[in-house]
Ligand binder design. Structure first.
Ligand code: GLA
Length: 382
């Protein structure tokens, strides 16, 4: 967590509202493997990271609430008694959506003030949106003693995204951000919402992120389209979700779906298996196998599920040429954002330099490279 940012956000709050706030850190996440499986009731393998949203929050005894997004230098004011969605692209919907869902759950909240900022680049596929939603629900829960459990809170965050932002996301991002454990990744079963923590120590390897700096926009109907394809094929198969299907089951409906949609469903079934196999490989300390699964995941996301983009593919191709990189793939919803790379520690510096140069040559823009630490989930900063 970025302590300078914590101090700045707190100072900003004190200057604006002249009261002592509660301070919250809500992390972003990475995902080792298991992409687009969460809304198919399948397995994902995310971890919370040390980058995320810092929020300062306190009561407002008047008739209005004020929320300031320090990164956008933008403020919204509203009354807690009349919550309604804003324009489609507004960040305010992440906040207002959470409030609306808390109210729908029958809990009462009063007006409040909030200042927030973060160090996850938005659109990087590291879930800045889930981090923001979780910071709001967590902060309001503390401030007004709502008695919500963490599980209730993540479903509120998810519904805010469905109903106010318009993205029918799964539960991975909100779960990872809320329940993260320092130095661990979580093999989450998105049906039972139970996770098995895995301590991450890749010895002489580590995870490195490369941001294409191409901003993805999930609300672009592509994400929701993928989800409805999966749901309609599940219906045809008479199952609750694709998690319940095998490749053989899928063949039964082959002549009823387009080849393109068939490949999408096949990807989900295979990706779910890859996530499970990855957990076995990790248990055995078998990084070679883990790496191959990660490359396999990208291949499917690129060719079958079709959610990659040329910049992501370029970065994965450069990784494949380097024997010190065991696996690389696009991470998150797709169409931009980061790749995640499993790389030998002593190869990091050399690869950083060469890939940055190659990327600049090819696209005439810069990529950004980060190493991240795995962090605890949403919590109060003492
Ligand atoms: C986004 C969504 C998640 C998940 C991923 C793809 O991050 O918010 O629920 O579906 O895409 O794995």
């Amino acid at each position: 967590m970025n302590t300078t940012l914590v101090n700045n956000i707190k100072q900003d709050f004190l200057d604006k509202f002249n009261q002592e706030p509660l301070m919250i850190f809500s992390p972003g996440r990475i995902n080792i493997i298991g992409e687009h499986t969460d809304y198919n009731d399948g397995f994902v393998f995310p971890a919370a990271v040390n980058k995320g949203i810092i929020a300062a929050i306190g009561k407002n005894l008047g008739n209005t609430s004020t929320v300031c997004a320090s990164d956008f230098n933008d403020t919204i004011e509203f009354s807690i008694d009349s919550i309604a969605p804003m324009d489609k692209e507004s960040w305010g919907n992440y906040v207002l959506g959470v409030i609306a869902e808390i109210q729908k759950s029958g809990k009462t909240i009063e007006n409040f003030n909030m200042v927030f900022g973060g160090d996850i680049p938005s659109g990087s596929g590291m879930s800045s949106s889930a981090a923001l939603e979780n910071s709001v629900v967590f902060g309001l829960n503390e401030l007004f003693n709502l008695g919500l459990t963490k599980t209730e809170m993540i479903f509120i965050s998810q519904k805010a995204e469905h109903n106010y932002v318009g993205v029918n996301c799964g539960i991975m991002d909100q779960y990872a951000s809320m329940f993260g454990i320092k130095n661990h990744a979580l093999l989450l079963d998105c049906r039972s919402i139970e996770a098995k923590p895995f301590e991450i120590n890749f010895k002489n390897h580590e995870l490195m992120l490369i941001n294409t700096n191409v901003k993805h926009s999930l609300s672009d109907s592509a994400y929701n389209d993928r989800r409805s394809v999966c749901e309609s094929i599940s219906k045809m198969l008479n199952i609750k979700a694709l998690r319940d299907a095998t490749e053989i089951d899928l063949q039964k409906v082959k002549d009823k779906v387009t080849p393109v949609n068939y490949q999408k469903a096949l990807f989900v079934i295979q990706e779910n298996k890859r996530a499970e196999n990855a957990s076995v490989a990790m248990q055995n300390g078998d990084l070679e196998t883990l790496g191959k699964l990660i490359y396999g995941s990208h291949d499917g996301l690129q060719h079958q599920y079709k959610v990659s983009c040329v910049e992501l593919d370029f970065l994965v191709e450069r990784a494949k040429e380097n024997k010190d990189i065991l696996g690389a793939r696009m991470m998150g919803g797709g169409f931009g954002g980061c790749t995640i790379n499993l790389i030998a520690k002593d190869a990091v510096e050399g690869f950083k330099t060469s890939v940055a140069k190659a990327y600049k040559n090819e696209f005439d823009k810069d990529c950004s490279i980060y190493t991240v630490e795995l962090s605890d989930g949403t919590h109060l900063i003492k």
